[in-house]
Design a protein around this ligand. Structure first.
Ligand code: IMP
Length: 190
């Protein structure tokens, strides 16, 4: 158990620490800045709400590497059974602008089954983006089952339900600065 804040008591173990997230975000941004050195104004597309923390930190890290970025957000809901997404997606908030000819980088908190992401990539491609790539902070092993190309991955994590750094359980724990696994007793409490 980590210690310090109220939420530490609810966490069984930390999977990715605050420091690891900071270092990896800087590393990913450096790589992306290099790969997009010819592109001015990469368009980052974050999916609400989970990607908010990573989006904010990743955008600032890109800025530190001298790349200008623009930010867009989408909100989607995935129809699924419990924790499993089905790949049938409804748009709750669409892009605010035309992305024709833009170099789009989807910023994802986690790729689990990959179903939501593969739908999103098809959708963005249909809106005539010049290129669409993905940077995901976390990826679970099941993600390999769906043929979705994630060019930049932060951490491959075990197939467990995690919270923190944008990820929630019943809308709680998004503000945790790290990613961790909840104590089993917490699942009955929301
Ligand atoms: P996918 O379509 O199965 O890849 O699911 C993607 C979405 O499910 C993510 O963007 C998260 O919002 C959510 N999700 C998947 N795994 C977890 C988890 O371990 N904790 C919290 N949310 C998760």
């Amino acid at each position: 158990m980590a210690d310090g804040s109220w939420y530490d008591a609810d966490i069984d173990r930390v999977i990715v620490s605050e420091e690891q997230i900071r270092e990896k975000t800087a590393e990913l941004a450096k790589q992306v800045a290099e790969d997009y050195r010819e592109v001015d104004g990469v368009l980052l597309v974050g999916v609400l709400k989970g990607a908010v923390m990573f989006m904010a930190d990743f955008a600032r890290a890109m800025g530190r590497h001298g790349r200008s970025v623009e930010l867009e957000f989408m909100a989607v809901s995935s129809y699924g059974q419990g924790a499993t997404s089905s790949g049938v997606v409804r748009i709750l908030k669409d892009l605010d602008r035309d992305i024709t000819g833009r170099h789009v980088l989807v910023v994802e908190d986690i790729v689990d089954s990959g179903l939501t992401l593969s739908w999103l990539l098809r959708y963005l491609a249909s809106r005539s983006a010049a290129s669409v790539e993905v940077v995901a902070l976390l990826r679970k092993p099941d993600a390999v089952k769906v043929p979705v190309s994630v060019k930049y991955v932060g951490f491959d994590i075990p197939n467990e339900f995690v919270v923190g750094y944008g990820l929630d359980f019943g809308e709680r724990y998004r503000e945790l600065p790290y990613v961790g696994v909840l104590r089993p007793a917490m699942y009955g409490k929301v």
